[in-house]
Ligand binder design. Sequence first.
Ligand SMILES: NC(=O)c1ccc[n+]([C@@H]2O[C@H](COP(=O)([O-])OP(=O)(O)OC[C@H]3O[C@@H](n4cnc5c(N)ncnc54)[C@H](O)[C@@H]3O)[C@@H](O)[C@H]2O)c1
Length: 316
Amino acid sequence: MVAKTLIIGACGQIGTELTEKLRAEKGKENVIASDIREGSKLLMKSGPFEILDATNYDALEDVIVHYNIDEVYLMAAMLSGTAEKFPMKAWDLNMTTLFNALNLAKDGKISKLFWPSSIAVFGPTTPKENTPQQTIMEPSTVYGISKQTGERWCEYYHKRYGVDVRSIRYPGLISYKTAPGGGTTDYAIEIFHDALKESYYQSFLSQETALPMMYMDDAIKATIQLMKTDHTKIKIRSSYNLGGISFTPKELAKAINKRIPQFEIDYEPDFRQAIADSWPSSIDDTNAQEDWDWKHEFDLETMVDAMIEGIKAAKK
Ligand SMILES: NC(=O)c1ccc[n+]([C@@H]2O[C@H](COP(=O)([O-])OP(=O)(O)OC[C@H]3O[C@@H](n4cnc5c(N)ncnc54)[C@H](O)[C@@H]3O)[C@@H](O)[C@H]2O)c1
């Protein structure tokens, strides 16, 4: 039987597009999508799907054994904005799912694991510009604490048990196919939908808040590229910095204005401003470039074009 891939949290913002891409590459029968809930119609029709609560070790093991799973992408988590509302729930979900996957890898039930970290591992004491791979990390959100702890455990499981776990510190990801999952960078997605619907957006971050961002196609490309890289080239087993684009709400609004001249924006920062203020403005991803030839494609202008065209086409 062919070894298969399992995506956990496949109905989310990243999982939906990752499933689509991996199914196109590996064949739909070889990529099993799973989540605690059903996803988009397209995803549900596109190949095998299991309802699975990844905090349940036995249920996860059953799916892995049943489908002869070799490789797991663990996308289930509670994101930064929502996690601040439910700190203990977020900690429990983010850590239990990671330990379940790491322990299945340690016991030889799977041979490779992808687990995403985030720029949220950094904190207010981290150098903000061009944040290096190794630097001060004092995250101040429960989400960031869970990601930083997760990184330490990934490295530990690799060193101590030889687990082949790979990870990327995603910046804010911008896409239109699925609604964002409650993160602090969600404004950069909502703004496009509101601009096209009512030519107006009220931003929950202030106009000068620069954050590292990336168009989803680049993030999916990086994820699959890292998983395909020969294990000898992967020098970092905590999580790789990944750069992309850095811009403020004001700069994004200006780029949208060029395409939608009547578009207007107001700024009404909420609790997410404090989260954004604790994160870097831009990221140095030299290690990813050197170790596995990473290079992003989308800049601010091409990303804005892709978002506007994508949302318009999806509405037709
Ligand atoms: N989207 C971003 O901008 C971004 C940035 C940095 C890191 N990340 C990380 O990438 C991963 C995926 O993010 P996303 O944006 O797709 O999140 P999302 O919230 O859109 O999707 C997460 C999915 O996990 C599912 N899920 C929740 N609890 C589950 C459980 N117990 N068992 C199985 N599935 C469960 C949810 O139903 C949801 O479909 C997360 O680890 C997140 O922290 C995302």
